[in-house]
Design a protein around this ligand. Structure first.
Ligand SMILES: O=c1ccn([C@@H]2O[C@H](COP(=O)(O)O)[C@@H](O)[C@H]2O)c(=O)[nH]1
Length: 231
C-alpha cells in the first residue's frame, strides 16, 4: 500500500472551517485536496496556508481546454508547489502532451500530473446521454491508455476499475480514486463507489475522501476510523 493513501477532499465554502479541520489533522496521516470551490473562493493564498501547515496538496482543478491554455495552467499549478494536479483525459492526447511538456522545466519539483477518466458520479446511463454507448469501465480503460501514452503519471477513476487498470497499465501508473464510501455512509451523488479497504485491495494508490470525513459529526474520528480500517 502507498504510504499516506488518504487524500481528504476539502470542499468547504468557509476557509476558517477548513483550517479548523486542518489544525486537527496530522500531515503524516493524510494529504489534502483542494478543488474548484475552495480555489475559486480563496485562491493561491489557501494553497500557501495549507503548505505552511506541512501538508502535501492535490490541486484538483481538472483543466480541460486547448493545449496552450492547459499547458499554462498546469505550469501555474507547478509554480504553487503543489504535490499533484490534474487535467481531463477527454481533452485529448495533444492537450495532455502539452500539459506534461509544460512541467519539464520543473524537473524533480514538478507536481504529479494525472488525468480524470470518467467522473465517479457518472453511470453507464449518464454516458449514453453523451453518446458514449459503452460501459463506463470500457471508456475509462480507453482514456487511461491515452493518458499513459501522453506520459502522465496516472488517472482519476473509480476503485471499481482499479484491478483492471493495474493489470492493463502496470503497477507504477497511479490510480487516484474518489467515490470512496465507508460502510454505512451516504453515497450522495457518487455512483461508482467502494469502501476504503475494498479500494486498496483492488489496487487504488490514493483514496479521495470528502463528505464521509468533512460532514461527519467528528471529522477527526471519521478519518481515524478509515485509517484504522486500512491498517
Ligand atoms: O471522478 C471524480 C473526480 C473528482 N472527484 C472529487 O473528489 C471529491 C469526492 O468527494 P466526496 O465528498 O467524498 O464525494 C470531490 O471533491 C470531487 O470533486 C470525484 O468525486 N470524482
Amino acid at each position: 500500500m502507498t504510504t499516506k493513501p488518504i487524500l481528504v477532499a476539502l470542499d468547504y465554502d468557509n476557509k476558517n472551517h477548513a483550517l479548523q479541520l486542518i489544525e486537527k489533522l496530522d500531515p503524516n496521516m493524510c494529504r489534502l485536496k483542494v478543488g474548484k470551490e475552495m480555489f475559486t473562493l480563496f485562491g493561491p493564498q489557501l494553497v500557501k496556508d495549507i503548505h505552511d501547515r506541512g501538508f502535501d496538496l492535490f490541486l484538483d482543478l481538472k483543466f480541460h481546454d486547448i493545449p496552450n491554455t492547459v499547458a499554462k495552467a498546469v505550469a501555474a499549478a507547478a509554480e504553487l508547489g503543489v504535490w499533484m494536479t490534474n487535467v481531463h483525459a477527454s481533452g485529448g492526447l495533444a492537450m495532455m502532451e502539452a500539459a506534461k511538456k509544460a512541467l519539464l522545466p520543473y524537473g524533480d519539483n514538478a507536481p504529479m500530473l494525472i488525468a480524470v477518466t470518467v467522473l465517479t458520479s457518472m453511470s453507464d446511463d449518464d454516458l449514453k446521454l453523451l453518446g458514449i454507448n459503452v460501459p463506463a469501465f470500457e471508456h475509462v480503460q480507453r482514456l487511461a491508455k491515452l493518458t499513459q501514452q501522453a506520459g502522465l503519471d496516472g488517472v482519476v477513476c473509480s476503485a471499481q476499475e482499479a484491478t483492471a487498470l493495474k493489470s492493463l497499465l502496470g503497477k507504477d501508473f497511479k490510480l487516484v480514486t474518489p467515490g470512496i464510501r465507508p460502510v454505512g455512509s451516504d453515497a450522495g451523488d457518487q455512483h461508482r463507489v467502494m469502501t476504503p479497504p475494498q479500494a486498496i485491495a483492488a489496487g487504488s494508490d490514493y483514496l479521495v475522501i470528502g463528505r464521509p470525513i468533512t460532514k461527519a459529526a467528528d471529522p477527526l474520528a471519521a478519518l481515524q476510523a478509515i485509517h484504522q480500517s486500512l491498517a
